[in-house]
Structures are given as structure tokens and as C-alpha cells.
Write a protein that binds this ligand. Structure first.
Ligand code: NAD
Length: 355
């Protein structure tokens, strides 16, 4: 029996395939724009310039100074470029950091956004923006920042290094896991979540063996869209709260932190959300959701201990305190001592607690 639910679909045009980068000029025109500004990190500047070249008269140039965690100083510089060049839309080519800058510009100018994602972070499908100011990351949900058009070009993901492919894929899976036990879960998003986990869990090991595997890359990018859509549609819980706390206060790398914390946050919620756990386990072809996620991270060769990605042991008490104060809604009650124990396991890279 389908339980009662409420669901609001988010408007966005999605173009998916190989070589779809060539569709960007048509999409700029379809938005009624003539002066696009292409955004990228310094590392992806060459591809951004190639895209600006392809756009020809439809582009006013590139802004290739994207930095992690969307610092407001970088946004201020980008806004200067938007003004000086008279840009009327942005094309963000890159991962979650680049998408973040496009969103930060849209928040302040209402300029339409085209996003060309090259990782599996999923930000392109959400109305969520996290920005950092004075070392503090502040996240907001605002429909102004939801990108109008997403162009997934599988070709662009072939260069994503193995390590980042693994952790970015686990970052995507985290959105879907939390969507399955969200307070506002609904059957549409839950089906997409299970599909997203399943497709990524099958594709990522193939990508580890051969990063040029086109079928696996295509599946993984589709999984990223599915999981990102889950993140945009329903509320997140303890896992995302922990990752925001660890990333924001201890400057830990984003997708690696998600990869390490996810099995432990899942174990924390195991008894409070049995139906969701059964779906996660089924999607992973595992007997237990938390153990299956840990095994997947290990199989992908990702780091499984916070101590190995720069977390100081002396910060664990503070992290537990921060995560327990103003918590997000969570299926299992938030108890600081249990969170401290969870963080201890994640710090040392232990297996999540057994059922
Ligand atoms: P990223 O965007 O920071 O990219 C990491 C590095 O990989 C960069 O140097 C980038 O240039 C490089 N790179 C990206 N794609 C590549 C490719 N195909 N080939 C070679 N190099 C490539 O990493 P990310 O994990 O995608 O994004 C993390 C950021 O996104 C965080 O700030 C996080 O908070 C944010 N995020 C936001 C949301 C949201 O809904 N608002 C969702 C997920 C992540």
C-alpha cells in the first residue's frame, strides 16, 4: 500500500549523453541569452576556454578562479566580471565547487544558469547553496539558485581521477541513503534513490578498474543525477549534518568526509529506519546497509578513517557537540554520547557497529 505523501517536482531541463557539450550554444539561445560567462576552476580552465571558443559570439569569456566551498570573496570577484563583461547567463563547467559559484551569482543577480557537471556531487539538481565567510560555511535553500539547465556530457567525466570518482560517487550515494529515511520521503524520490545507489554501486568498481569505461561512466553520471535529485527534493539528516560540521569546522575534504562518515551514520539509524535500510541493502546487493557501504568504500580503495584525511583527534568532542546542537531532523534520536562513539569509529576507520 502506498502511504500518503506530498511531493513538489523541481523545474529543470536535463540533457544527457556523450558529446552533449556541443548543445551548450543552443541552450544559451533557448534561454534567450547572448552573453554567457563560462565558470571553472583553474585546473579546468583549458576546457572552459574551449567551451567559450565554441560559444563564439554567445560568450563574453571565462572566469576560472573557482575555489572550494564557495568563498564570498571569490563570488565578489566573479560578480565584478559579470558586471564588467555584461554577462546575461553563466555556464558552470566542473564539480560542486564550480556549480556553487554559478548559484552564488544567481542568488545575487537572478542570472539563468547552465551547469555542465564533471563530478558526481549532484549540486546541479538542488536549490541548495553553501557559502563560506570568515571560515564559516552557511547553507541555504532558495529557488533562485536552482539551475535552469543541466547538460551531462559523459565524455567530460572520463578524466575524473580514480580517487575522486570513488569518493564523489559515495557522496552521491549519501544523498540517496538519507532520502530513503527522510521525514518527507515519498515514493517517487525513494524509487530514484534506490536506482541511484544501485547504478553507482555497480558502476564505481568498473571505473576503478578502467576509468575510460564508457558504459560505467554513463551509469555513474546518471546515478549522480538521480542522487542529486533526491538531495534537492527531500530533507537530509544526521549524515549530512555531520559532514557539514566536519567540513566547515575542521576544513576536511568534502567527498572524502562523506565516504568515511556514511557507513557509521547509516548504522546509527539502522534500528529507527528498517524499511529504508532494507532498500539500501537491496540496492547494494548486501545483507546490511551500513556494512555494505563500508565494504563498497573499501573495495573502491577510498580512505575509511577520518584520521587519514586531516581530522585531529582532539576535535572529536567539539564535533560531537556541534553536531548535536541544532541538529537536522533524524530518524534515531540525536544523543551526543552516541554521536561521539560514532565519530570515534569513523576516526579510527573501524567497521560500523554490527546489527
Ligand atoms: P570540486 O568541484 O571541488 O572538484 C574537485 C577538483 O576536481 C577540482 O580541482 C576540479 O577542477 C577537479 N575536477 C572536477 N571534475 C573533473 C574532471 N572530470 N576531470 C578532472 N578534474 C576534475 O569537487 P566536488 O566534490 O564535485 O564538489 C564539492 C563542493 O560541492 C563542496 O563545496 C560541496 O559543499 C559542494 N556541494 C554542494 C551541493 C549542493 O547541493 N549545494 C551538493 C554536493 C556538493
Amino acid at each position: 500500500m502506498v502511504e500518503a505523501f506530498a511531493y513538489t517536482a523541481l523545474p529543470a531541463k536535463v540533457v544527457f549523453g556523450f558529446g552533449t557539450l556541443g548543445r551548450v550554444p543552443d541552450e544559451v539561445r533557448a534561454l534567450g541569452c547572448k552573453r554567457s560567462l563560462v565558470l571553472s576552476t583553474p585546473e579546468q580552465q583549458e576546457t572552459a576556454q574551449m567551451l567559450a571558443g565554441r560559444l563564439g559570439e554567445l560568450s563574453v569569456g571565462t572566469f576560472a578562479q573557482v575555489a572550494m566551498h564557495t568563498p564570498v570573496e571569490v563570488t565578489a570577484r566573479a560578480l565584478g566580471a559579470v558586471r564588467d563583461l555584461g554577462a546575461d547567463c553563466t555556464v558552470a563547467l566542473g564539480g560542486g565547487s564550480t556549480t556553487g559559484l554559478g548559484k552564488a551569482i544567481a542568488l545575487r543577480t537572478d542570472l539563468p544558469q547552465i551547469v555542465v557537471p564533471t563530478t558526481y556531487a549532484g549540486s546541479e539538481a538542488t536549490p541548495i547553496l553553501g557559502e563560506t565567510q570568515d571560515g564559516e560555511k552557511i547553507t541555504q535553500r532558495n529557488m533562485k539558485v536552482l539551475p535552469e539547465v543541466i547538460i551531462y556530457d559523459v565524455e567530460l567525466t572520463l578524466s575524473l581521477p580514480r580517487g575522486l570518482s570513488a569518493t564523489s560517487g559515495m557522496n552521491a550515494i549519501a544523498h540517496a541513503v538519507e532520502a530513503l529515511y527522510a521525514r518527507d520521503a515519498n515514493p517517487i524520490i525513494s524509487n530514484l534513490a534506490e536506482e541511484g545507489i544501485n547504478v553507482l554501486a555497480r558502476a564505481l568498481p568498473l571505473i576503478m578498474r578502467n576509468p575510460q569505461h564508457k558504459g560505467a561512466r554513463s551509469d555513474a553520471l546518471f546515478g549522480a543525477w538521480a542522487c542529486g535529485t533526491c538531495l534537492g527534493a527531500v530533507g537530509m539528516a544526521l549524515h549530512h549534518k555531520l559532514c557539514h560540521t566536519l567540513g566547515g569546522s575542521f576544513n576536511l575534504p568534502h567527498s572524502q568526509t562523506h565516504t568515511i562518515v556514511l557507513p557509521h551514520a547509516t548504522a546509527y539509524n539502522r534500528d529507527a529506519a528498517p524499511a529504508a535500510m532494507a532498500r539500501v541493502a537491496r540496492a547494494l546487493a548486501a545483507t546490511d546497509a551500513a556494512q555494505g557501504l563500508f565494504d563498497l568504500a573499501k573495495m573502491l580503495g577510498a580512505a575509511t578513517a577520518l584520521k587519514d584525511i586531516g581530522m585531529p583527534e582532539s576535535g572529536l568532542d567539539r564535533a560531537a557537540e556541534l553536531a548535536a546542537s541544532s541538529p537536522y531532523w533524524n530518524p534515531s534520536p540525536i544523543e551526543q554520547s552516541r554521536i561521539r562513539a560514532l565519530l570515534d569509529n569513523a576516526f579510527h576507520g573501524r567497521r560500523p557497529e554490527k546489527p
